[in-house]
Design a protein around this ligand. Structure first.
Ligand code: PGA
Length: 229
């Protein structure tokens, strides 16, 4: 199956840097590519040839929700989908399993694609709770053909620590036993470890943070995925 490589830019790249990225970025055939710029850069990015996802989306169509953006607003400017439940949203901005579910449902209802993120913290892994955490987080994620899950062990995000290919494979196999969907791996994916992670049978792609900011390193990860598809 074709692998999906999604780049999560987090709070990096305004519109000018977004356009500069696309000037330097080329992806090969044989891989699905998605980019997730910050809200203010979405309009600059939607003119490009790849599907553009927001990094979050609110569950209401409109209303008194200062600082939030609705699915309908994203659709209006040509955005194709949204991340929901990224661990930074869960840890820093009070996102819960219930708000993740509501955001995902609203996005799907509006016709958007969704990449829903799950993953255990280091403390949870050390306490032997990984499976229970993944079961709890996955249980609320709606089943839909436009929904993809990203497994991102929190201890591997932005730390340079990557799950071993076997750890990723085991977590993905568990998630797939609960929810029949593509499952991306995220957490310090780089050009030099992408092929090994992506060659695990249950790893259907990657959600890439830091290494998606540079067009050459993101293209290298896309090439690794294309060569395995
Ligand atoms: P990282 O981030 O690749 O920089 O570890 C991944 C993510 O947060 O999606």
């Amino acid at each position: 199956m074709t692998k999906l490589i999604a780049g999560n830019w987090k709070m990096f790249k305004g519109p000018a840097e977004t356009l500069a990225f696309f000037d330097g970025f080329e992806a090969p055939d044989g891989v699905d590519v998605v980019l997730c710029p910050p809200f203010v850069s979405l309009e600059a990015a939607v003119g490009e040839e790849w599907p553009i996802y927001a990094q979050s989306v609110h569950w209401a169509a409109d209303g008194a929700f200062t600082g939030e953006i609705s699915a309908q607003m994203l659709v209006e400017i040509g955005v194709a989908g949204a991340l929901v439940g990224h661990s930074e949203r869960r840890q820093l901005f009070g996102e819960t399993d219930d708000t993740v579910r509501r955001r995902a449902e609203a996005a799907l209802e509006a016709g958007l694609g969704v990449i829903a993120c799950v993953g255990e913290t280091e403390t949870e892994r050390e306490a032997g709770e990984t499976e229970a955490v993944l079961r709890r987080q996955v249980a609320v994620i709606p089943k839909h053909e436009r929904l993809v899950i990203a497994y991102e062990p929190v201890w591997a995000i932005g730390t340079g620590k990557t799950a071993t290919p076997q750890m990723a494979q085991d977590a993905h196999a568990l998630i797939k036993s609960l929810h029949e969907t593509r499952v991306l791996y995220g957490g310090s994916v780089k050009p030099d470890n992408a092929a090994e992670l992506l060659s695990q049978p249950a790893v259907d792609g990657a959600l890439v943070g830091g290494a998606s900011l540079d067009p050459d390193s993101f293209a290298a990860i896309c090439r690794a995925a294309a060569s395995l598809s």
